[in-house]
Design a protein. Structure first.
Ligand SMILES: Nc1ncnc2c1ncn2[C@@H]1O[C@H](COP(=O)(O)OP(=O)(O)OP(=O)(O)O)[C@@H](O)[C@H]1O
Ligand SMILES: [Mg+2]
Length: 307
């Protein structure tokens, strides 16, 4: 079942800012879908439109295969969400704050206990919210999103500003929710987190999706060879003339050759035939970071002329 589907979704703020520029993506049931993009790329705006907090300028949203105003309104009851920084009453305890949330959402208070357990806050539930660490505040927000037992959980930058321990806690919570059969849509500018937590990703830049697919597909897309030779300039020139080289760029004394295949021996042989003898040759695993940098950074790499 398709849980979220957007078609050419667009948001313009005033005349000047095209925050979201015709994005189309699909999230299927059971996916942990990472919505990855740098600051200001349109993540929160997109989430706001999914939740009906922000009015789209144009385009279309389907949720749980539902369409049309009344149907979408009902479908949104199956969503639990956090939006940017958690907003709770500072002088109320975590438990009291969740009682307020339960009351607003017309959810029985019996749901609060399990939600607090799911984010490991049961032990601190009677402390005032203002005394919580940022990580605890984020976790309370997730608990607030969970109390309605949602099928779809939407989290806007849940790991923002957290230390490694706090990030690990959020990661564990997300995995736990996924293990319980929930679909998760999580925005982040932290590619490492997305790579470690998500099954699928859409990369957004300047309001446009520049890539989407499974994490496995995205990182398996190319093989990279890290090579070195006494004459770097000659190495780069020869590598660029190699037919299977998609991209060649320098990284310090090393040269990175992105290949269509993963045949390093053939690369070595070709370079040798051009009089370039390597002093070092190693495969390099492609991380999501490599792909992310390639897709979101402007003109930092030199593209091979042969491709
Ligand atoms: N209410 C608003 N009025 C005018 N412009 C806005 C408004 N909200 C956001 N924008 C602009 O729209 C663009 C996208 O912003 P958005 O908050 O959706 O990005 P984001 O990806 O969530 O960024 P961040 O990583 O900083 O949270 C930015 O250029 C931002 O300045
Ligand atoms: Mg944002």
């Amino acid at each position: 079942m398709t849980i979220i589907e957007t078609t050419q979704l667009t948001k313009r703020y005033g005349r000047r800012t095209l925050a979201v520029d015709g994005i189309s993506f699909r999230v299927e049931r059971g996916q942990v879908f990472g919505f990855l993009g740098p600051n200001g790329s349109g993540k929160t705006t997109t989430i706001g439109m999914l939740l009906d907090i922000i009015n789209p300028t144009s385009g279309d949203i389907r949720l749980f295969d539902q369409h049309g105003r009344a149907e979408l309104h009902l479908a949104r009851r199956r969503i639990g969400a956090t939006l940017e920084t958690p907003n709770f009453y500072p002088y109320l305890s975590g438990l009291e704050n969740l009682r307020v949330v339960a009351h607003i959402k017309e959810i029985p208070e019996s749901r609060i206990g399990p939600a607090l357990d799911a984010v490991s806050l049961a032990g601190r539930q009677r402390d005032q919210f203002r005394k919580y660490s940022l990580g605890m505040k984020q976790r309370l927000a997730i608990a607030g999103a969970m109390i309605g037992d949602p099928e779809l959980v939407i989290l806007d930058e849940p790991a923002n500003g957290l230390d490694p321990e706090g990030m690990r806690e959020i990661r564990d919570i997300i995995r736990g929710m996924a293990d319980n059969g929930r679909t998760i849509f999580v925005s982040s500018h932290l590619l490492n987190e997305v790579e470690r937590t998500c099954t699928h990703v859409a990369i957004i830049k300047n309001g446009r999706i520049v890539h989407q697919g499974s994490i496995a597909e995205l990182t398996a897309r190319h093989a990279l060879a890290l090579v070195r030779a006494p004459d770097t300039a000659a190495l780069i020139a020869a590598a660029r003339s190699y037919p299977a080289a998609v991209n060649v760029h320098q990284e310090g004394d090393d040269v990175l050759v992105e290949l269509q295949d993963d045949d390093l021996a053939a690369l070595n042989q070709f370079l040798g035939s051009r009089g370039v003898y390597l002093t070092f040759l190693a495969p390099r695993n492609v991380s999501l970071e490599d792909v992310f940098m390639e897709l979101t950074t402007d003109a930092v790499t030199t593209t091979g002329a042969s491709a």
